[in-house]
Design a protein around this ligand. Sequence first.
Ligand SMILES: [Ca+2]
Length: 479
Amino acid sequence: MKFLTLLFLLFQSSWLLAQSPPQTSPKPNIILIMTDDQGWGQTGYYKHPVLKTPNLDAMAANGLRFDRFYAGAPVCSPTRASVLTGRANNRTGVPSHGHALRLQEKTIAHALKKAGYATGHFGKWHLNGLRGPGAPILDEDPYGPKGFGFETWMTVTNFFDLDPLMGSAQGVHQFKGDSSEIIVNQALSFIKKQKDAEKPFLAVIWDGSPHSPFEASEEDIAPFKDLDKNSQKHYAELVAFDRSIGVLRKTLRDLDIADNTMVWFCSDNGGLPKIKPTTVGNLRGNKGTVYEGGLRVPAILEWPAGIKPRITKYPSSTMDIFPTIADLLGLPQDNFLKPVDGESLKALFTKDLKRRENAIPFRYQTKGALVDNNYKLVASNVQKNAFALYDLATDPGETKDISKESTEQFQKMTAHYLKWYQSVEDSIAGKDYPGDFDPDSVPQPKFWTSDKRYQKRFEEWKKYPGFQKIYKETKRRDR
Ligand SMILES: [Ca+2]
């Protein structure tokens, strides 16, 4: 009798378990990876003529490959600001490289920290107003990662190469070896800690490769001996970066967390003009322009638990990253400072979408662009009203201005763009922030060699071999 009762209870409890609603799946871990100056054409999966990227190729084959993904701007810091805020760069106080992100901005790290995530930043920052080759970020810097929601960081002000000198809350660290491998290993030790603590995490890994100065190991340079010196090393940096992606993906699998970890990869702007062979495929323009070659970048989102491998041509941008993650996690809207320029891509995870309702706007220096599905409005100078219209479906190289033929589309998009431009002007004036905004409170870009907080440390930092190199080069630029 006792045995039968036990059997009945066992049966009943397993039946109850089967009937109970499915447990909400644990929050996905999030890793945001960004290269520095990798052009749209520079991957193996786009069949680059000399570069092989077996690890990015494997990631693309196992995730959502975005074939029309745009950096928020055609240069560095502005795109970084757009990733963190979901907003166009100019709204956030970052019109060009080396500008500081305003402290009033709300970031993805703030939001995820509130949602119970551990938050870490590893590598290049370039949002604290300091120019010149990457120096360690100081713990006292209010514009460092700490000021924008990152609890853990091992970060440099700007691009960095072999044997970097990096900064954390604990001080300065001299590393030896390739920068891509170093920051992935730093991120992995943070990730392992969170796994042990059973805490979901946001790890932002912003690589310094393949930005100049081009430095790489002889072994990585070897396959490119036929190229000019700069191109050899530039491509070798991408090889080292790709290898670090392999280490990251393998370790996530070894830790048994790969399935529910979103790994989002993209570059921060289009490819460089002087590197041979081509960095942008057959697109027009390079880094610094608002043509496709300046804005379109390789991008992949790998998340086995939530996305089946697929290629999409849906136009999307770095401004969509934060809105997508907030939507996925059901985070409240007050995590954003409005207006937000990106949109959630969550629906794209399970099915392909035909048309994007919200056009993607860009503004950089005097230039502007607006991507409305296959139509692209390009302004070589917004103030001078110098606009052109291209149909990317029939003319991916942006060779033929159709503004005279497609007048209705042209007028519609120009009006849309100018209205958006005005709202950006309001953001620049600080109208998105509660209370008064003093534009003079934001530090203006300068070289770190002329910053007093840095200068007082130079005597002590001389002991680090990595310091001599960045100091000399920064001084040379800061004349
Ligand atoms: Ca860059």
